[in-house]
Design a protein around this ligand. Sequence first.
Ligand code: NOJ
Ligand code: NOJ
Ligand code: CA
Ligand code: CA
Length: 702
Amino acid sequence: MKGSTMIIRVASISFLFFFLLSSPKIVQADVTNKVNYSQDVIYQIVTDRFSDGNPANNPSGAIFSQTCSDLHKYCGGDWQGIINKMNDGYLTELGITAIWISQPVENVHALHPSGYTSYHGYWARDYKKTNPYYGSFADFDRLIQTAHSKGIKIIMDFTPNHSSPALETNPSYAENGAIYNNGVRLGTYSNDPNTLFHHNGGTDFSSYEDSIYRNLYDLADYNLNNNVMDQYLKESIKLWLDEGIDGIRVDAVKHMSEGWQTSLMSDIYTHKPVFTFGEWFLGAGEVDPQNHQFANESGMSLLDFRFGQTIRSVLKDRSSNWYDFHAMIESTENDYNEVIDQVTFIDNHDMSRFTVDQSKRQTDLALAVMLTSRGVPTIYYGTEQYLTGGNDPENRKPMKTFDRSTNSYQLIKKLASLRQTNPALGYGETTERWINADVYIYERTFGNHVVLTAVNSSSKNYSINSLNTSLPQGNYADELQQRLDGHSISVQANGSVNAFQLRPNSVSVWQVTKPISSPLIGHVGPMMGKSGNTVTISGEGFGDKKGSVLFGSSSSEVVSWSNTKIEVKVPNVTAGYVDLSVVSATNKKSPVYSKFEVLTGDQVSVRFAVNSATTNAGTNLYIVGNVSELGNWDPNKAIGPMFNQVIYKYPTWYYDISVPAGKKVEYKYIKKDQNGNVVWQSGNNRSYTTPNSGTDTVRTDW
Ligand code: NOJ
Ligand code: NOJ
Ligand code: CA
Ligand code: CA
């Protein structure tokens, strides 16, 4: 008896050993790193449509559709459903490392006159309460705890632009945009004595200014230059940060001033820094310099609509080819200061689903390209089940199956794990190695780590001759194990790849990882902050022993140190962009990272306005002053062009700007023409002391 138990034990131990050695290394994502998502894969969930884990919390009456036959109504999905799908292995095995959920706050309960409901979470009513149809705070805590215990981060949607549908003249339309602070009513839209809202009609999207200060559709638009709203929204997001969220997706960022949003980001990064990305919708082929400027200056990243729209036009609509795709990769690398922080996708809840019947292979090609490209890849729920559907609400149908054997499920699993184990995908540069209209072969490299990907989206075979790579000499099997008809390759000592055939509609992925022994920075997050804020530097070769991190020539207080991750406090250095570098304990220095911006201090949003500033057509007003946030007296860094159509009208100009709190600043307005010629306001510098908190307006004459 004893003897046979022994044998079984020994056998099972050696079996365990065999299992550990032979199964692919599963590396759990680092959920403590809330500011770096470059190695993560996000899974976007419309909470109401994913899984109903608790029928007891479903709404009753006209806003609920039991069978979800009415896609404009609540269908019962909730946080318990998401918890269940983590616990039963569906989400964990898929390999995704972050979940973006619908805005968790209480929304309007009323049925919209057109038969709509707020199942999507975009019509807030009380930001300090939960949406009861998704769950309670106790449920939310369990969602966070379950996720964190499984190496998954939780990202919440957030709508600081508007409350809910309302009409100026009809208080009984929906809930009249009413907004509550933990149950206490702050105001309503049609009777708004404290001007919590804008009353400038709906936007026709004709200009950036028009989009910001008028209502988006029928949504009651917040006046973010109001102290009550400013304080309420900033308090609210801190409540959810304290609940333990790991990231924020900000809705409709094109429809709020950059100044107010920068002050919000500074608040978040001072309180509990988390990765934050905004939604600035761009249509197919649309390129907007304001979008780049926002991503580079506001302190938050953006959803990468240029990537999303281009991959759709190449693989879904077939109206572009790989030359267009590569052109997008090259130009976005220049247009965005940190392209690896932009959040990529192939579809989402605001556009038709990528898959159309009979096109599963196209979906797989698109997923493979996204998961091997720069940026933070996002999978829209159900794409892995090949859900189909046109525009909203057809693209928000409930999950039908949770099948783990689909090709795309297995593909995501494979490549999500490769993003964790090979940092070339998260941090690497992109080099085109071979291209024609049908074929794109591109390489990502970070130090000695290399990933080479080949996609052929045509129905033809292609002979690949004279392909070169940074992969070292050797034979490389396809990492996808021929799941997408890939090929293996042989690389010569000089980097040339032996000729091979690339099969139709195929993707191959070849890779190598090799440790880096000298400090190399892959990512810095956040990229903006005042002295004293915590910043996380990710990369490799930092060494296991603590060295130092320099901001310019000032060294910083090190909070934690490992070979791949360092946390430091921003030292007291001059505000503005600063050169950051890592020096290892053995005195090896990293190349400089020059995209970090030091802020003068805590930030507040102030509306600067100037009367009687007449100009010729083509000339605009700007403001410039003595702090970094006002351009340090450099007319090329002046803030503007200012607005003059909605809040105030020409010849009064205004602009909402994030400036250091509680500080006396000096400034002047300037007129700049199309050729950059500058006319300064005459007289002495103007001076103004900014508020310690809240917002303010300072309006003077030219
Ligand atoms: C963009 C969201 O993604 C969309 O679904 C929503 O309706 C609007 N913003 C308004 O919140
Ligand atoms: C071979 C070249 O070496 C490569 O750079 C190019 O992309 C392909 N030909 C396709 O033109
Ligand atoms: Ca439910
Ligand atoms: Ca707005």
